[in-house]
Design a protein around this ligand. Sequence first.
Ligand code: G3P
Length: 229
Amino acid sequence: MTKITYPLILVNFKTYLKGTEKKALELAKICEKVMNETDICIAAAIQAADLRLIAESVEIPIFSQHIDPITPGSNTGHILVETIKETGAIGTLINHNERKIKLVSIDKIIQLAKNYGLFTCVCASNPRIAGAIAALEPDCCATEPPELIGSGISVSTAKPEVITETVDIMKKINPNVVPLCGAGITSSVDVEKALELGTRGILLASGVVKSSNPEKVLMEMAIISKKFL
Ligand code: G3P
């Protein structure tokens, strides 16, 4: 299954060595195993250089971590939407806190991605920005308080109001855009709370990628997510 279903667990491999090249492939195979055994959609956001290898090797939704607002031509060092599509990726993250872009670029990238049938997950650092992004009509928007990213303190426990406000504002502005949340999520309890508060999935990284047992962590998260199918 390479199509997105909800609840969604989107694992961002970032540039962790445990999420790079051969290690990325091992981790993507774990994501695939958990998805096959639980029927919960586990997607992976992969570094551009590893995208083709991973997309050709596993049957899970693969995302790029970024795309640039460019068309083919003189754009040295940029990432072209056509190339991402060609790798076999089905979607892209954009505007991650570690790869922020201007609103006008977010708008352009969403349009480019739509033209190529790529799914878009845009990150927001707070509910107001999530509302602004919802107006641009991506497929989903993941709100992540920057101070909790990589902290091991989950947004669902430390800042539940960020999730409820995000869900409310996005519903008002554009109910077609799916709310996700992330930052500091490491356990199935964190996932359960996030889903109870109204998001339809989570975006996470270190809790899985840096774990000594990513299969166990992901399996527990996927099993709890089944309550929200
Ligand atoms: O993209 C997910 C991310 O920014 C959250 O990171 O390590 O807190 O799960 P982490």
